[in-house]
Design a binder for this molecule. Structure first.
Ligand code: 1DF
Ligand code: MN
Length: 353
């Protein structure tokens, strides 16, 4: 595809892409059945009703690429200079499934399938554990199985689970297991729940264009303001899309949060140990998935720190060689560029362990 984008580190760093998606046929077939049976939420109908049935070139290529954890994916990584891909089951995973047995079966098989692929390409693929947060105790065990038996280096959750958020008590076993296993949690977007989606859907703004980021940014903000990081100071949460806009809002978030706390406006808005900006610099990691945009990347490096901003491509939803070229050419020091593309991923996913 290109001559200038090579793997192997010739440009001074390896490129590690940290938000790369795969799917299983079983997963897509379950989504199609839920849509057919009228039990899917509006976001599922909008997202997977489109990707799984549209005859367009974009969607058929994406589904084909999602299903492949073999030669085609490696060829695409080779062609765009991606040395390693951190892989996760595509959104929304099993989170919309109401049959717990089906959800856990889907996730167990997806994790096993990913572990097989990682074993086939140990130098190229790194796995993240998928969960069924509907059953938090089971998911805590799956985090342990992922970390100890499958060799996975992180955990991905696709934002809300049927309108529920990770700051709720019911999910505490998941947070505890993450800290005990020393694994990073990637909160990947999902379409907003029915209680939130309607005005976005009406305007075609519910998906990756906007709804994903709004809902996921709010999820992270709920986690911060409810004191999760005071309970679990060692928990590290990664989000994509340049921090789902929170870095840009930081000043106002802190100002209004402190004003709200001081005036005791909300029962659940309690004083925290740190400011929101401080949690962003101690517990939040940000990838540039879908945002290959130098001004936003450098802004995030400035406000959350150059050790906390990582490269991601978002293959196969975004597969643009020119984006890799643009990031290679960023006007940042060689040292910071190596952190961005390589060593931050090695550090936060514990790739050398
Ligand atoms: C889309 C984008 C879909 C991303 C995704 O998973 C996804 C999309 C279903 O464009 O519809 O992960 N993304 O992260 O930007
Ligand atoms: Mn993604």
């Amino acid at each position: 595809m290109t001559d200038d984008l090579k793997t192997g580190g010739g440009q001074g760093y390896l490129r590690i892409a940290t938000e790369e998606a795969f799917a299983t046929r079983e997963q897509i077939d379950i989504y199609l059945r839920m849509i057919r049976d009228g039990v899917a939420d509006k976001g599922m109908v909008s997202l997977w009703g489109f990707y799984a049935t549209s005859p367009s070139q974009r969607t058929t290529e994406i589904v084909d690429r999602l299903l492949d954890l073999g030669a085609q994916r490696i060829a695409h990584m080779d062609a765009t200079g991606i040395d390693k891909a951190v892989l996760a089951l595509t959104s929304p995973g099993a989170q919309p499934l109401t049959d717990l047995g089906e959800a856990k079966g889907l996730i167990t098989r997806a994790n096993d399938h990913l572990a097989d692929a990682c074993a086939r390409y140990p130098d190229r693929f790194i796995g993240m554990t998928a969960l069924a947060p509907q059953d938090a105790d089971w998911s805590a065990n799956e985090i342990r199985r992922g970390a100890r038996e499958l060799g996975f280096k992180g955990v991905q959750i696709n934002s809300h689970t049927q309108g529920h958020y990770l700051d709720e008590d019911r999910f505490d076993p998941i947070l505890r297991a993450l800290v005990e296993e020393g694994q990073v949690l990637y909160i990947h977007p999902a379409t907003p729940p029915d209680a939130m989606i309607e005005p976005m859907l009406e305007a075609g703004l519910d998906g990756a264009i906007f709804g994903f980021g709004v809902e996921t940014g709010m999820h992270l903000l709920r986690i911060i303001t409810s004191g999760v990081f005071d309970r679990y100071p060692d928990l590290q949460i990664m989000v994509g899309h340049m921090g789902e806009a929170l870095p840009y809002w930081l000043y106002r978030l802190d100002y209004m949060h402190q004003a709200g706390v001081r005036s005791q406006r909300y029962e659940r808005m309690k004083p925290l140990h740190k400011t929101i900006a401080e949690y962003m610099r101690s517990n939040v990691l940000i990838t540039c998935s879908g945002m290959a945009w130098e001004p936003a990347i450098r802004f995030c490096q400035q406000v959350v720190g150059e050790d906390r901003v990582l490269y991601a491509m978002d293959y196969p939803y975004q597969f643009e060689p020119d984006e890799v070229r643009a990031l290679d050419a960023m006007a940042i020091s060689a040292d910071v560029k190596k952190k961005f593309f390589q060593t931050n991923a090695e550090r936060w996913f514990g790739l050398d362990l």
